[in-house]
Ligand binder design. Structure first.
Ligand SMILES: *Cc1c(COP(=O)(O)O)cnc(C)c1O
Length: 377
């Protein structure tokens, strides 16, 4: 059933002419992923993490689609991302800024109605001062460091913070949050440690609900859900848990055009640095995407693309704008100028490409370039 649907998608893509590549973003699959995650955390709610342009997929398109499916909480990393997103969302959608306040942007945060994630006492005081200036209570989220040492209030500041939350009523704390460092590894004891720490935090702030789980955390069980989960990668089809069957639907498909084909004899050097030398007569194709389009140079002589389900290995180094592939396994004449090969699709997942490139799906997604023709379905 699904295969048929994907093939239809491919036929549709092939109808648009002339681009170097076609990046198809399946908004219906995105919505189904959101619904799956929502029902998994119910009665808690699922937010959407749309930082870094919704992991490269287009924050505006992604956020408005998820809004239509009931999502009302959107997390970005930076203030400038919140500014870009605000006009596309209705006023009942809340935008949370994970990095919190920067000196100088408090007034705009107030005016735009953003909810800063408070990561330090300094940010708390900044926001309390902004509330005083605005003459009204301002919403905020408190982020605690539960063992990742990246962002959030350290344990030794909790007593002081508890006093401030009690005594200063300019800031209205909506919930406490923390972030898991190893949630994609279901067996990691760091998850248990961070959960125990989070339970201590919620005991110290008993009136405040908790927001804890990222994509991986959602699959660690109910104890991690709090009132609001914060999935990112799973919405976009990435695997929430490493080494397990991915329960999410793929959202991104990428096809790249062939710009040249050739047949070379044994002993022919291919690409920069002659990093590859053919050992027999080989048919090659050059495709119109390279590291400038987010296909990392670490795929050189390691990764592959697909055509008709057949694996076509990358030979030699990945260039800025092109990659050479070995197409000897295909029938003669199957690929010609303008033909498309599959980089991400039914035969090759995001995780496959990430593994071959020695990185993670997040980096592949956020790196996908802007020279592809983007199609939203
Ligand atoms: C990026 C991020 C998320 C989303 O993480 P995924 O692993 O993509 O689900 C959630 N919370 C915080 C604080 C983040 O920085």
């Amino acid at each position: 059933m699904r295969a048929v649907r994907l093939e239809e998608a491919y036929a549709y893509q092939a109808g648009t002419d002339g681009a170097s590549g076609y990046l198809t973003i399946d908004l219906a699959a995105l919505a189904r992923n959101y619904e799956k995650l929502s029902s998994k955390v119910s009665p808690a709610r699922a937010a959407a993490v749309v930082k870094a342009d919704a992991y490269g997929l287009g924050a505006e398109r992604v956020a408005s689609r998820l809004y239509a499916h009931g999502c009302r909480h959107f997390f970005v990393a930076q203030f400038v991302e919140a500014l870009r997103l605000r006009p596309t969302l209705a006023v009942d959608a809340q935008i949370f800024v994970l990095n919190g306040l920067q000196p100088g942007n408090e007034t705009r945060c107030v005016r735009e109605g953003f909810v800063p994630v408070i990561n330090s006492l300094e940010q708390w005081h900044q926001w309390a001062a902004a509330a005083k200036g605005a003459g009204r209570r301002l919403p905020a989220v408190l982020q605690f460091d539960s063992g990742m040492s990246r962002l959030g209030l350290p344990p030794e500041e909790r007593t002081e913070l508890a006093r401030l939350v009690r005594d200063e009523n300019g800031v209205e704390v909506l919930f406490v949050m923390s972030h898991l460092a190893s949630a994609d590894d279901a067996k990691s004891s760091q998850n248990d440690n961070q959960l125990a720490e989070m339970l201590r935090i919620t005991t110290e702030f008993p009136q405040l609900p908790a927001c804890f789980a990222n994509s991986g955390g959602i699959f660690l069980g109910k104890a991690y859900h709090g009132v609001l989960a914060r999935p990112g990668i799973a919405l976009y089809g990435g695997a929430p848990t490493a080494g397990r069957k991915n329960p999410m639907e793929p959202v991104v498909h990428l096809d790249v055009s062939v710009v040249q084909t050739r047949t070379v004899p044994a002993g022919t050097r291919v690409g920069y640095g002659a990093a590859h030398v053919t050992t027999e007569e080989t048919r090659l194709a050059t495709i119109a995407a390279g590291y400038a389009d987010g296909l990392p140079r670490s795929l050189s002589d390691r990764g592959a693309v697909y055509c008709d389900g057949i694996r076509l290995p990358i030979v030699g180094r990945v260039s800025m704008d092109s990659i050479t592939i070995d197409i000897s396994a295909l029938p003669q004449g199957r690929l010609k100028l303008g033909s498309l090969v599959e980089v991400l699709g039914p035969h090759q997942t995001l995780e496959d490409v990430a593994r071959d490139a020695g990185t993670i799906s997040y980096e592949i997604l956020t790196g996908l370039g802007h020279r592809y023709e983007r199609q939203y379905r």
